[in-house]
Write a protein that binds this ligand. Structure first.
Ligand code: ACO
Length: 326
């Protein structure tokens, strides 16, 4: 067996909801602006005592239940996140321990919103190489903890949540191709400036707001559309697939206009694009696995369907994976 398949999915979003109307009360913005510019209506927000590992654990438990699996059936735990519980140790270690899987390998991947696409490539490769038989991959974020609530250009965009998939060895191979890329020449285009080894927190840096996410929105918008189209094209070509073979496009949910522009170019009709941005906003590394989990739970995705997962984000980074659903 040197194939891999996704055998179970699960997701979790915190109960508290932040609506466009809520944002209108604290910022110089409007439901109309947010809806037409982004497609967003609501975001789920973690409570003060909820960290990213808590969201991961809830999503992972749902995936284990859906797959009728015990946590000890998983050989390795991977968390893709840019909002870990701590700079170290890895959030995945905490997640595995809370799931009663102490001793299993567990590590984080930090490649911002591209985390799930990179993680899918890595986890599939580990399984296909025979290193592990079953891997839990979780994309999770608590972006509300690093958003400046007074900055209307970012405060409206981000939400919290987690999506989990169980990948396992299979006779038939679902992982058809991958195209990943990165360009770190201008990391500040989308970054959390403070708190790392380059700019450790000081009273001055906190005063300057370096604890908050920063983004050059217009730059990211152009980059996002270009890279989603390019990387999908390359991934399709590597798998010997045509645009018309695509059953489902599951894109990173950053902006409905970005998704529409990419889908139009890729000739994927609207009803074949999974979009849940209205409900969750941008949940970075969690957005694709939450969208997948919802689509599977709703019975949309059938055996044999060809899925394109495509994302982009901080780094800058991007990637697409083509997948045949088993
Ligand atoms: N409410 C009202 N007006 C606003 C708001 C707001 N929330 N935010 C910005 N504006 C104003 C601006 O000040 C500007 O006013 P001006 O014309 O008087 O200067 C005007 O609206 C237009 O601003 P733009 O930034 O040009 O608006 P744009 O149409 O580009 O939309 C947005 C902004 C939504 C951020 C868009 O650029 C975008 O989605 N970019 C990509 C962001 C992205 O994908 N980020 C995540 C990537 S990776 C990750 O997920 C972590």
């Amino acid at each position: 067996m040197n194939g891999v398949k996704i055998s179970a999915v699960g997701h979790y979003a915190p109960a508290a909801i932040l609506t466009n109307e809520d944002l209108e009360k604290t910022l110089d913005t409007s439901d109309e602006w947010i809806t037409t510019r982004t497609g967003m209506k609501r975001r789920h927000i973690a409570s003060e005592d909820q960290a990213t590992s808590d969201l991961c654990i809830a999503a992972a438990r749902n995936a284990l239940r859906n797959g009728k699996l015990a946590s000890s059936d998983i050989d390795c735990y991977i968390v893709a996140t840019s909002t870990p519980d701590y700079a170290f140790p890895a959030t995945a270690c905490i997640v595995a321990a809370q799931l009663d899987a102490v001793g299993k390998p567990a590590f984080d991947m930090e490649i911002a919103c591209s985390g799930f696409i990179y993680g899918l490539t890595l986890a599939s490769s580990l399984i296909r190489a025979g290193v592990y038989s079953r891997v839990m991959l979780i994309g999770a974020e608590s972006l509300s903890k690093i958003v400046d609530r007074s900055d209307r250009s970012t405060a409206i965009l981000f939400g919290d949540g987690a999506g989990a998939v169980v990948l396992e060895a299979a006779a038939e191979n679902s992982f058809l191709s991958s195209e990943l890329g990165a360009d770190g020449r201008r990391p500040e285009t989308l970054c959390l400036l403070g708190g790392g080894s380059r700019r450790p927190f000081t009273a001055e840096s906190l005063e300057a707001g370096e604890q908050y996410l920063r983004m050059e929105g217009r730059e990211i918008f152009k980059f996002a559309v270009t890279k989603m189209i390019e990387s999908t094209g390359i991934a399709l070509q590597r798998a010997n697939l045509k645009k018309s073979d695509v059953s489902w496009l599951i894109p990173h949910q950053a902006n409905k206009r970005i998704i529409d522009a990419a889908a139009k170019y890729l000739e994927v009709p609207e009803e074949r694009v999974i979009v849940n941005i209205e409900e969750y906003g941008n949940t970075s590394a969690a957005s694709i696995p939450i969208a997948l989990s919802e689509a599977v739970t709703a019975g949309k995705i059938k055996a044999g369907d060809i899925i394109v997962f495509v994302g982009f984000g901080g780094g800058l980074s991007w990637g697409a994976v083509t997948w045949k659903w088993a």
